[in-house]
Design a protein around this ligand. Structure first.
Ligand code: NAD
Length: 259
């Protein structure tokens, strides 16, 4: 299907819905220069997850040397990615949220781009946290990356909080417990929608990938926009394989056009 056909089909579902929840993965941010994790060309862009693999939580916790290495990788990644800004997909969802159609965005991404595109008060749930700041694993206080980096570059030590706790990028690593409050908010949004829109996710990571299933079981319609097949394609009401930014921008333009 051409993008315009895709957009027409998606816009019809959105227009027919009372409340839409968007569930996004790494695919919505590839147009911003951040490669995804699993698709086959994810190694060809300027930054490669395979060369900078995320460190599992138990490895991070095992030693101060590992924590130093995790921070070294984080700073190298930030330098390679440079300043990233929201793409057409993020902006389209923000516009649909402003119109009241999209009641919330649940994202697996850690790049903060939904927040950057959103209006104050938009409901954005970052299931896997946000790489734009750090937190103390003991007292939970927020630490700014800029300050953490300045200190790291002076003393070369893994950062510690004033309370003595380990400071970690505010993202959820493989093996780390999911944040209970974010999971609960995502669940409430999922149960409140009648159209669940899964965008740019291979739907391979649990428990996050359980949300489309929950929405479906609760009677919501399911639409998937993703280049590669997902395990939920068969049960979806609509599955689109076109480019996310182009498809969402065209669909939002249709929904938001003066009638
Ligand atoms: P994934 O890499 O498993 O899947 C991304 C999907 O997006 C792929 O199936 C691919 O076909 C599709 N895709 C990529 N670009 C597209 C485009 N322009 N148009 C249409 N489809 C496109 O991603 P996931 O399911 O989000 O799981 C990855 C995990 O790694 C997540 O938990 C996430 O936290 C993390 N991660 C985050 C980022 C980020 O914050 N931007 C980037 C990579 C990985």
């Amino acid at each position: 299907m051409a993008i315009e056909d895709d957009a027409r089909a998606l816009a019809a579902l959105i227009e027919g819905a009372r409340a839409v929840v968007a569930f996004t993965g790494a695919g919505i941010s590839t147009e911003c220069g951040i490669p995804d994790f699993r698709s086959k060309d994810s190694d060809t862009t300027k930054f490669s997850w395979r060369r900078h693999p995320p460190m599992p939580f138990d490895v991070f916790m095992a030693s101060e040397a590992n924590q130093r290495e995790a921070w070294r990788r984080k700073f190298a990644m930030d330098d390679q990615l440079g300043d990233v800004v929201p793409g057409k997909g993020h902006r389209a969802l923000a516009a649909l949220a402003a119109s009241g159609k999209v009641i919330g965005v649940v994202t697996q991404n850690i790049d903060g781009l939904h927040r950057a595109a959103a209006a104050p008060g938009d409901d954005i749930v970052e299931l896997h946290g946000n790489g734009g700041f750090a937190t103390c694993l003991t007292c939970g206080v927020r630490h700014e990356i800029k300050r953490v980096r300045e200190k790291f570059e002076i003393d070369g030590k893994a950062p510690r909080c004033l309370c003595g706790g380990i400071v970690k990028s505010a993202t959820i690593s493989f093996g780390q417990a999911m944040p209970a409050e974010a999971m609960e908010r995502a669940r409430a949004l999922t149960l409140a929608c009648d159209l669940f829109l899964s965008i740019g996710s291979s739907l391979a990571v649990y428990p996050a990938a359980g949300f489309p299933l929950l929405a479906r079981r609760n009677g919501a319609r399911l639409a998937i926009v993703n280049r590669d097949p997902t395990p939920f394609d068969e049960s979806a009401d609509l599955t689109l394989r076109g480019d996310i930014g182009a498809t969402l921008a065209a669909a939002a333009a249709r929904v938001l056009a003066p009638k």
